[in-house]
Each structure stands twice: as structure tokens, then as C-alpha cells.
Design a protein around this ligand. Structure first.
Ligand SMILES: Nc1nc2c(c(=O)[nH]1)N[C@H]1C(S)=C(S)[C@@H](COP(=O)(O)O)O[C@H]1N2
Ligand SMILES: [Mo]
Length: 549
């Protein structure tokens, strides 16, 4: 039988409708991406809705996502959004076969959701951010209307097969019911539809590729500005890593974490690409006697310090990977604040909270007292000898040794406001996290791995321990319920860096649980009491179970 004239079976119309919906959704997203590449990458519907979803995610779920997907959490979110959109597009396509305008209106409704999300983002630059979603939705809804209009009519005069589908009889589509396409025996131009659908898919792909090319070329100025940075000699160096601070026990986290291996935790679905040559930082607020706006060049001309500092995330589970140790180049924040007239509360200053704002709308609040108590709080410009990588906050981020990242380490910083904890809650504080969060004393077993099967005899148990700005004084290891035994501590670099440790275990055959605990320089030993990461960081001791063979 001739394919082109075979009467559509009962399933054909809804199935082709669903296909039309999918194509319309694809076109809408592709067009939106192209427009957003021209407007602002963050204004695209997937990014905007994803960002809004992140902001509304309960802390428990956010923690779960970080735990389960790690740095891939954002990729998973994006794929999830696309999956949901695909299902909705399929459904709208089927709806359109019943009522053509309803399908198109549905697509437009999603455009409105995307537009509202984009304009409502904290980093939105205005109503123009609605454009990608609106244009995408208009194109998508038009395409759906057009494609469904080319489908076989739902009412079929006693032709072979049509009666097999009771639903086909119920169809109440008048818009295209009596719209026989010339040249088709059944009033349905199969080839015409296939052609139209293929053309739509091809055009969408072209538009999508154009959008990708355009967004790829975006941020060129930022990349160029980063490539052009040369740090002048620092006035206060970090010196070299002390002898014996970097042990060579196999399987232990290297003492210094490379930029590529450094963990990344943030809410940014699109890594902000800021042009350092136009970047500015404003310092203002309570107790600021002379407000300042600094450029990157002005920062570079100030006395630079270089420090090794270990950064940890409050979302790190006991034994988790969200800790890294890098060498940072920057400007001492306390000096800068003093130049602006800022005094810490202990010296009568009116502000106890420093709120840092980023270009992507993040707010991070640190105690002014900690920032100005003599520790090396800094505006960091360099990481391990190079300008900050974009993902780690280029051109400038904040760092305060001893505090978790969410209360100290604002990336892509653009504004510093001196205020009080009473008058302003920052992003994570609004989401149930603590206002103040010094890093908890922690230790981690890096080797052996959980469920490893080492041979009986000497097994090296080793890892890292941290208690930034207090320092680690002791690490102990326990096998099963045995006594705590002192581990060998690698030399200390500074109290702001982690310390490697190792323990030569005389392993006997069987299953064993290895547990580690650290004691910081205040004499406090890491508690055994397990807490969740919310609200101020996980406590408890890391254990690893192994089977000795
Ligand atoms: N702008 C911005 N800065 C941010 C964050 C963020 O989401 N946005 N996350 C903070 C958190 S929770 C941590 S732990 C550190 C992580 O820094 P890293 O990604 O360079 O390791 O950045 C902090 N600074
Ligand atoms: Mo964090």
C-alpha cells in the first residue's frame, strides 16, 4: 500500500501532535537561547527557571544534591528541567490536536513563567531579560499551531481504520477539521507534514547552534582581561611550603590543591564572566567615613599579600570532599576597610556584619570583628599563581581564614556593605543556615578507601585534618573499639591551612572500622556527636570500614 495515502490509524493524530509539541518546545528553547545569548546568557528560560528553583530549594534538598551530584548538581538540574519541559511539550502537542489554540496558549504560558523567572532573578538587569522567554514562546506557539494544522483531520468519513479509534470520533477540533490538503487522498498531506516537521527541526538546530556560537563568543572581553593580568611582586609572600608539611603518603590529598581539582560550590548556573577592566568594587555602609569605588587596576597597585589558606564548605559531610588548600594573592581587607574609616565593633564601630554582594546576586555576610582581628582576610585576585579561574570568582573574591565559604568567600564580588546582623539576613541565612559559622575542627581519612581490601601487615592510614585559624595539634586513629593512637602529623604550614597526618597500622585479618579524630590548638577534640550540615556545618568523626585479607 502507498504510505502517503494510507489512512492515519487512531494513534496517528495524538502521536503526531505530541511530536509537534516536542518540535515546538525545541524551537522555543533554541530561539530563547539565541536571544539570551544576545541579551544576557543568564536570562535564558532554562537558566532563569533553574536559578529560581535553586533559590527555592529547601536546604536539605540542596545538601542532598551537592552530596549526590557534587559539582555536577547544576548539570543534573538543567537536564531535569529539560526533561520536564519535554514531557510538558509532548502533552501540549496532544492538547493541540484537540484544541489548537489551547496548545499554543499553553506554550505561551510557559514563556510567561520563564519571563517572570528571568526578570525576578537577583542579577536581572531589567525587563529586557524577559525577551528570550517571550520570543521563544511566541515562535514555539506559532510553530505548534502551524504543525498541528497540517495533521490529518480528526473527523474521517468512513475510511478504513478511522473507526478503530473511538477517541478520533470524540475529537472536537474545528480549526483544521475541514482543511483538506490538496493532493492527499485522505485530506492529509503526509509528505507535507514530514517536510514541515523536518524543516522546523533543522531550523531549530540551526538557531540553537547560532546561539551556542554567539554565547561562546560572549565573555571574550573577560577572557582577554584575565589573560592580560600580570601580578606585581607581592609585598608579603607566603614563603615556600615548610619541609615536611607535604607528605608523600600514597592516597593522601596533596597538600596544595590545584585549581582544576579545587572543589566548586555556588548557585551560578552560568559562571559569571566579568571583564576585569570594567569591574568595580564599592565599599559603603555604617561607619564608612569615606566611601570608595575601586577598580581592578587600583587593587593591583595596592600592597599585595600571598597566603596559603584552606577553604571549606559548610555543606561538606563528615569525610566529604569540599575542602581545598590554595595559595592566594590579594589585598588585605582589613587595611582597605581601615582606609574607609571602618572600625570593628570591639573598637566602637557601628557595623558588626560585612555583607559582600556578587555580580550574580549572591549575598554573603561575615563578622566585621573576624575580618579585622588581624587574620589574613583578603580580597583575593590570584589563586595558585594565576588570576582566579572564572569558576572561582574572577576577577576578585573574598576569603576569611577560619570561616566557612558561605559566610566569607564571596566570588565575583562587586559590593561590600557594612551593616549589622540584626538588620540584614544574607542569602543562606534566609534559607535556615547560621548567621555565624566558624569552621568546625574536622579530620578525614583519605586512605584506605571505604571497603578496601588491604593485605594484613602494615597499612598506611592517612588523611588531612583542619581547624582553620586555630590550628591542628593532634590527630588520633582508632581501630574498631580499641584505644586512640596518636597519628604522625606532617609539619604545620600555618594555622590557616590543613595538616596531613598518617598512621602505620599493623592490620590483622578481618573486617575493621578505622576512625579518626583531631584536636585543635584550643585543646578542643573533635566531637563524636554527629550533626547534619545545616545550620552551621557537620560535626562527628569520619570512619572507614575495610576488610583485611
Ligand atoms: N557569588 C557566590 N559566591 C560564593 C558562593 C556562591 O554561591 N555565589 N558560594 C560560597 C560557598 S558556599 C563556598 S563553600 C565557596 C566555594 O568557593 P569555591 O567554589 O571557589 O571552592 O564560595 C562561596 N562564594
Ligand atoms: Mo559552602
Amino acid at each position: 500500500m502507498d504510505n502517503a495515502t494510507r489512512p492515519p490509524r487512531g494513534i496517528t493524530r495524538p502521536a503526531l501532535g505530541a511530536l509537534s509539541g516536542l518540535l515546538a518546545g525545541y524551537a522555543a528553547i533554541a530561539v530563547a537561547q539565541l536571544v539570551s545569548a544576545a541579551v544576557r546568557p543568564e536570562a535564558g528560560p532554562v537558566i532563569a527557571v533553574g536559578g529560581a528553583a535553586i533559590d527555592r530549594t529547601p536546604p536539605g534538598v540542596k545538601d542532598w544534591a551537592i552530596r549526590e551530584f557534587g559539582t555536577n548538581d547544576k548539570l543534573v538540574l538543567r537536564l531535569g528541567i529539560l526533561a520536564v519541559l519535554s514531557v510538558l511539550a509532548l502533552a501540549l502537542g496532544v492538547v493541540a490536536t484537540h484544541h489548537r489554540p489551547a496548545g499554543s496558549l499553553g506554550v505561551l504560558a510557559f514563556g510567561v513563567i520563564g519571563a517572570v523567572a528571568a526578570v525576578g532573578r537577583p542579577d536581572s538587569t531589567g525587563p529586557l531579560d524577559a525577551l528570550p522567554s517571550v520570543v521563544g514562546a511566541v515562535v514555539g506557539s506559532g510553530l505548534l499551531f502551524w504543525l498541528v494544522g497540517r495533521l490529518p483531520a480528526p473527523h474521517r468519513p468512513a475510511s478504513r481504520g478511522a473507526g478503530q479509534d473511538p477517541k478520533a470520533v470524540d475529537d472536537r477540533d474545528t480549526a483544521d477539521a475541514h482543511d483538506p490538503v490538496a493532493g492527499s487522498a485522505e485530506g492529509w498531506d503526509r509528505r507535507g507534514f514530514i517536510l514541515a516537521a523536518t524543516a522546523a527541526a533543522a531550523a531549530s538546530t540551526g538557531v540553537g547552534l547560532a546561539g551556542r556560537a554567539l554565547s561562546g563568543s560572549q565573555g571574550k572581553d573577560a577572557v582577554a582581561s584575565r589573560a592580560g593580568i600580570a601580578f606585581p611582586p607581592v609585598t608579603s609572600g607566603a614563603g615556600s611550603v615548610p619541609r615536611g608539611a607535604a607528605s608523600r603518603v600514597a592516597g593522601v590529598s596533596p597538600f596544595m590543591t590545584s585549581n582544576d581539582d579545587f572543589y566548586r560550590v555556588d548557585t551560578a548556573l552560568v559562571v559569571p564572566k566579568v571583564d576585569a577592566t570594567s569591574w568595580k568594587l564599592r565599599i559603603r555602609g555604617k561607619g564608612v567615613t569615606c566611601e570608595r569605588t575601586l577598580t581592578f587596576d587600583e587593587l593591583l597597585k595596592m600592597p599585595l599579600i600571598e597566603r596559603r589558606i584552606t577553604l571549606t564548605c559548610v555543606s561538606n559531610e563528615v569525610g566529604g570532599p569540599y575542602a581545598g588548600n590554595a595559595r592566594w594573592i590579594g589585598v588585605r581587607l582589613a587595611d582597605l576597610l581601615e582606609q574607609c574609616g571602618v572600625r570593628p565593633p570591639s573598637k566602637g564601630g557601628p557595623a558588626d556584619q560585612l555583607v559582600a554582594r556578587s555580580v550574580d546576586g549572591m549575598t554573603i555576610g561575615s563578622p566585621v570583628e573576624d575580618v579585622m582581628d588581624g587574620r589574613d582576610a583578603m580580597l583575593a585576585l590570584g589563586m595558585n599563581g594565576e588570576p582566579l579561574p572564572f569558576a572561582h570568582g574572577f576577577p576578585v573574591r573574598m576569603l576569611v581564614p577560619g570561616l566557612y565559604g558561605y559566610v566569607s568567600a564571596c566570588k565575583w564580588i562587586k559590593d561590600i556593605e557594612l551593616t549589622t546582623f540584626d538588620s540584614y539576613d544574607t542569602y543562606w541565612v534566609k534559607r535556615d543556615w547560621a548567621r555565624r559559622a566558624p569552621v568546625k575542627t574536622q579530620s578525614r581519612i583519605d586512605t584506605p578507601n571505604p571497603f578496601a581490601r588491604p593485605r594484613a601487615g602494615t597499612v598506611m592510614v592517612a588523611g588531612v585534618a583542619w581547624a582553620q585559624h586555630r590550628g591542628i595539634d593532634k590527630v588520633e586513629v582508632r581501630v574498631d573499639d580499641g584505644p586512640w593512637a596518636g597519628a604522625r602529623l606532617a609539619a604545620e604550614d600555618t594555622r590557616d591551612t590543613w595538616r596531613q597526618w598518617s598512621y602505620a597500622w599493623q592490620a590483622t585479618k578481618g573486617d575493621h572500622t578505622l576512625t579518626v579524630r583531631a584536636t585543635d590548638r584550643t585543646g578542643e577534640t573533635q566531637t563524636a556527636e554527629r550533626t547534619r550540615t545545616v545550620p552551621d556545618g557537620a560535626s562527628g568523626r569520619h570512619s572507614v570500614v575495610v576488610t583485611v585479607e
